[in-house]
Design a protein around this ligand. Structure first.
Ligand code: C2E
Ligand code: MG
Ligand code: MG
Length: 676
């Protein structure tokens, strides 16, 4: 009997050690609890064999050795049950117990052990009751705990994995056996039951000896399976993360590539697909005006719409920035109509944080077969999208072979631009701004590029490239110098009108060193800065309100006037009109040219012009193209008029001629020769 107990104890230590070893590797709490449970069992079994030895060696029931041993093994016996249950709950629920709960459980076990140790210990007639409380009660509690644990596992997972199955069956069998033994002990005591208990007890040790390794192996298999499932889940999640866009959760570019590869393998040669790329018109402007956070919100809202509208289609996702992709079965001719319908639905106004935004979406469409070069097809759709945007947006455009990528020519164009500075190919044209008394108030200097092969280019053709090349400051520096030189020269001809407005870019304003450059130009050309007015667009100012205001205040201190250009196109509120450090407000040309809202625009001007005057700001209107517009604006008491009706931007020589004309001939030129 003692040998069996020692052997059992040894196997419990082995299992406990195995579990502890895995607990350290995997850092799992439940493994620690289970290993403690087996160590407690080992102590219990070792103590039991020591107890038998003490009895055999005539240590009486009151011997302190027997009492201490009894106290220890009872504590260990109940600790074994407690740890087993806690470990299982921790595994199924993923929770762990804190230090205080642990101490509480230990105290309860110590208390139970104390009660059991002293209960009837000195009562000679209490042997049966002692047996009942010391042995029977533990059988019963341990049995019920094992049965409860097995039921608990099954309830949480009716289809357990193999390791879990082994453990559950092990607990069931062990639990049943222990409960049965416990029940027999109670039956013997209360109802003088059969001698079955006596027959069974010797086999109990053997039974435990077989069952422990089974449960132990089951626990290890369970653990390995849990870890395998977990690492598979993590791998799947990683795969999902790699294939989905972090901002919108839609599939991303690698996912598209994967889709196209798989489709090419299974598709028939006569089964074409249509590739559609959607992009937001003027997204960069939206980001500039509203900030990137709102920009992201917009993309998320757009992704939700795409998700709703494209569900069921073979593939859809976000590729980069504001570009979303949709793959449809069928050829481009039929599918472009569907793409256009989706595009229109995507273009509906967006409500973001209570504000409504009217943004349009464009689409580029191309067709591909299973043998097509996917990258080429993607580039084609991208080109079609670019052309759709360039044509004013709000449209779906199918790719055609005449659409050429600007990429190669871009590199040459960049080189040309760099050498334009060295080769003095930039030139200023001057467009007069007329005062209300039909006199020239000043000129606006507008940059032109005399390209060696393309001829005279307008700013729209090269400013954005210069901006990408971060060369706007260099250009503005050159313009400032040139304007000072020109205004100084013109003063000899006409002192009143020899004033020049220059346009400064956002980069220059942000850089701030322009003030110093202006001071130097003023010294070099012997001309005070009052003769030069700085024009800065409303959007530029809004982007850099703090730095911009600072630079503009410095320029004003030099005596320069500041004009807010393209006023009314940005996102500024009327409130800013008051705080802008501006002397002149140049209303954007859309106030004059937008025929569809003519009445409304007129009303806005009618309200705003007196307001500007009240705030001590002059008003200039640009884009006047005919006499009717001019007459209407004259009635509104505008201070300055600018537009093709009065004069196109002029080359330097023509501008000088204009300056030297007498007032009379100017008026004549204005009404007889100006284009209508
Ligand atoms: P802006 O400062 O608003 O200049 C007015 C633009 O309107 C000029 O275009 C001018 O030619 C055009 N314009 C004038 N009257 C009419 C009209 O009656 N009808 C129409 N449709 N257009 C009219 P441009 O010269 O092509 O310049 C475009 C923009 O490029 C300018 O707009 C300005 O923002 C920028 N820019 C021009 N020169 C410079 C420069 O030297 N430096 C910087 N940083 N920007 C410049
Ligand atoms: Mg301007
Ligand atoms: Mg303007």
């Amino acid at each position: 009997m003692t040998a069996t107990l020692l052997f059992q104890s040894f196997s419990a230590v082995l299992i406990g050690w195995l579990l502890l070893h895995y607990a350290h590797i995997y850092h799992r709490k439940y493994l620690f609890y289970w290993s403690y449970s087996f160590f407690s069992l080992a102590i219990f079994l070792l103590g039991s064999s020591l107890g038998l030895w003490l009895v055999d060696n005539d240590f009486g029931p009151s011997s302190p050795w027997r009492l201490i041993n009894l106290f220890v093994i009872t504590t260990a016996g109940y600790m074994q049950i407690a740890f087993l249950v806690i470990g299982t709950i921790s595994l199924v629920k993923g929770t762990s117990i804190n230090k205080f709960t642990f101490i509480r459980i230990l105290m309860i076990c110590l208390f139970i052990a104390f009660c059991i140790t002293v209960f009837k210990n000195w009562d000679a007639s209490g042997a049966d009751l002692r047996y009942l409380t010391r042995i029977g009660l533990r059988y019963f509690t341990a049995g019920l705990a094992c049965l409860g644990t097995a039921i608990y596992i099954l309830r949480n997972d009716p289809n357990p994995i193999i390791g879990k199955k082994i453990v559950t069956i092990g607990f069931f069998v062990y639990g049943f056996e222990m409960t049965f033994l416990g029940w027999l002990t109670f039956e013997n005591y209360f109802f003088n039951g059969s001698d079955l208990l006596l027959y069974l007890i010797p086999y109990h040790g053997l039974f435990e000896l077989i069952l422990y390794p089974i449960i132990g192996v089951g626990l290890v298999v369970w653990l390995l399976e849990v870890e395998r499932i977990k690492s598979k889940k993590t791998a799947d999640q990683l795969k999902h993360l790699n294939l989905s866009d972090a901002l919108t959760g839609l599939p991303n570019q690698p996912a598209l590539q994967q889709f196209l590869q798989q489709w090419s393998l299974v598709a028939q040669s006569n089964e074409p697909m249509t590739l559609v790329l959607f992009g937001v018109d003027k997204m960069a402007r939206f980001n500039d005006g509203e900030g990137f956070k709102k920009g992201d919100q917009l993309l998320i809202a757009l992704a939700k719409r795409i998700d709703m509208l494209c569900r069921g289609k073979p593939f859809y996702g976000r590729i980069y920035g504001d570009v979303f992709v949709l793959m449809m079965n069928g050829n481009e001719k039929n599918e472009i109509k569907k793409a256009e319908k989706i595009r229109q639905k995507l273009s509906r106004p967006f409500k973001l944080s209570g504000q409504t935004f009217h943004l349009e979406v464009s689409a580029g469409v191309t067709e591909l077969s299973n043998t097509s070069d996917h990258e080429q097809a993607f580039n084609q759709a991208n080109l079609a999208l670019m052309f759709a945007k360039q044509r004013g947006g709000k449209q779906s455009l199918a790719f055609n072979s005449e659409m050429k990528s600007p990429q190669n020519s871009n590199i040459n164009f960049e080189n040309d631009l760099r050498s334009a500075f060295k080769n003095n190919q930039f030139e200023l044209y001057y467009q007069p701004i007329w005062s209300s008394k039909n006199r020239i108030m000043c000129f606006e200097a507008l940059i032109r590029w005399q390209h060696p092969s393309r001829g005279l280019l307008l700013p729209g053709a090269f400013l954005s490239m210069l901006q990408q090349m971060r060369m706007m400051i260099q250009l503005d520096y050159w313009v400032v110098d040139e304007a000072f030189k020109q205004a100084k020269a013109w003063r000899k001809v006409n002192t009143d009108a020899a004033k020049i407005n220059i346009n400064l870019s956002a980069e220059t304003i942000q850089d701030g060193s322009i003030t110093e450059h202006i001071k130097q130009c003023s010294l070099r050309h012997q001309l005070t800065p009052q003769h030069i007015t700085v024009e800065i667009t409303e959007n530029t100012l809004m982007q850099n309100i703090a730095i911009g205001t600072n630079t503009l205040n410095e320029l004003r201190e030099l005596g320069m006037e500041i004009a807010i250009d393209d006023f009314g196109t940005g996102y500024s509120s009327l409130n800013y009109l008051r705080s802008f450090p501006a002397d002149v407000i140049k209303f954007d040309r859309t106030f004059v040219s937008d025929q569809s809202n003519h009445h409304l625009n007129h009303k806005i001007l009618q309200a705003l012009i007196p307001l500007c005057h009240d705030l001590n700001k002059k008003v200039v209107i640009e884009g006047i193209e005919n006499q009717t517009q001019f007459n209407q604006l004259e009635e509104l008491k505008v201070d300055g008029f600018q537009g093709f009706y009065l004069s196109h931007p002029l080359a330097e020589k023509e501008a000088i001629k204009m300056l030297t004309m007498s007032k009379k001939s100017m008026v004549k030129a204005m009404f007889n020769e100006a284009p209508g």
